[in-house]
Design a protein around this ligand. Structure first.
Ligand SMILES: NC(=O)c1ccc[n+]([C@@H]2O[C@H](COP(=O)([O-])OP(=O)(O)OC[C@H]3O[C@@H](n4cnc5c(N)ncnc54)[C@H](OP(=O)(O)O)[C@@H]3O)[C@@H](O)[C@H]2O)c1
Length: 318
């Protein structure tokens, strides 16, 4: 009922905050919610908005669209980032580390697919939505921390775009000897549940690592934009199409929730936002259950092992 109420009766606030002087990275910003969030940041005076995209030509089109609608040129830059490739994530992070500051790292890029395939040895949804997403954040953490230290007027935000569908699964794979290996097994893969699983893993990992950032002045939070029009359900059936027709927010309105997460203060650290507001009550029951807490610790230990193999020492950035 809460979801229906939000979709039908709640319109998240139009962003009016100033992002003057700020440097903002938005992943997956050539279309959908990322594009609309980037447009808001640009309109709200950001100094620089990095459109982190896997398709540079599509990114250039998005940049042009933002420039036309906001009248602000020389703000957006298109940088290549493919979360299905660890080499691309590392190259992007290396480049971004050289920026003078990072005020917002908005990790929005994600996929929803019913087809099983591998990227970097793991099921693609998990690689893109979870492993590379946290890898990028952890590689940029030293820069976010340095920004917090050197520029007292800013509190850098590391924001992950999750979803209310994280509550649609209890992650049965967490009881396997290794959760990620279980998810990589094509014979037992339940791809209907894979996207919710990836969104639940995001929630669990954010909750686990937030405490490790407590003294850093870096705010790590996550959000649910609600059901919104975008390109996400490319493979969706007529049912998804109909549901969106009746219930979905416009992409612009959905984009507001991403911007809200990049502005809200300490109360959002480690927290879940929905309708543009902090609301941990909206978390799925599994997340706060005893099993959920055990799963949270287990998946973080396993994710850390994967990340340490790709980039030794990465976890020491906490
Ligand atoms: N729309 C909704 O109703 C809804 C609800 C809850 C949560 N969300 C979340 O919102 C976020 C944005 O989704 P959206 O709805 O705006 O979907 P979208 O329109 O499909 O946008 C997804 C973005 O992610 C990018 N992306 C996909 N794979 C990538 C990769 N390997 N490397 C880098 N970028 C990649 C896409 O690039 P390409 O264009 O090149 O594919 C696109 O820019 C996602 O995290 C999604 O889970 C959406």
């Amino acid at each position: 009922m809460g979801v229906l109420y939000s979709q039908l009766f709640v319109t998240p606030r139009y962003p009016t905050e100033s992002f003057a002087d700020q440097i903002i990275i938005v992943t997956g910003s050539n279309v959908g919610l990322g594009l609309e969030a980037a447009r808001h940041f640009c309109r709200c005076n950001a100094k620089m908005v990095v459109l982190a995209v896997r398709n540079v030509a599509a990114g250039e089109k998005a940049k042009q669209s933002i420039e036309e609608s906001t009248g602000r040129t020389d703000v957006c830059e298109v940088w290549e980032l493919d979360l299905a490739s660890y080499a691309s994530v590392k190259a992007f992070a290396q480049r971004a580390s050289k920026l003078p500051r990072i005020d917002v790292l908005l990790e929005n890029a994600g996929i929803l697919t019913l087809n099983f395939s591998l990227a970097e040895g793991h099921e693609r949804t998990i690689t893109v939505n979870v492993i590379s997403t946290f890898m990028l954040g952890m590689l940029l953490l030293p820069k976010l921390k340095a920004t917090a230290k050197e520029i007292p007027s800013t509190k850098p935000h590391w924001t992950i775009v999750s979803s209310e569908v994280h509550a649609w699964t209890n992650l049965p794979e967490w009881k396997s000897s290794n959760t990620f290996e279980a998810l990589d097994d094509p014979k037992n893969a339940k791809m209907q549940a894979r996207y919710p699983t990836s969104k639940l893993l995001e929630v669990l990992v954010v909750r686990e690592i937030a405490s490790k950032l407590a003294d850093s002045r870096v705010i790590l939070n996550m959000l649910n934009p609600g059901l919104c029009h975008s390109e996400l359900a490319r493979e969706g059936s007529w049912r998804v199409w109909f549901l969106k027709l009746v219930l979905a927010r416009t992409t612009e309105v959905g984009g507001r929730t991403l911007v809200a997460a990049a502005t809200v203060d300490d109360e959002s650290h480690g927290a879940y936002m929905t309708d543009g507001k902090v609301n941990n009550e909206a978390l799925g029951a599994f997340v706060t259950s005893e099993d959920g807490e055990k799963a949270q610790k287990k998946v973080w230990t396993e994710l850390k092992e994967i990340l340490e193999k790709v980039q030794p020492g990465i976890a020491s950035s906490f």
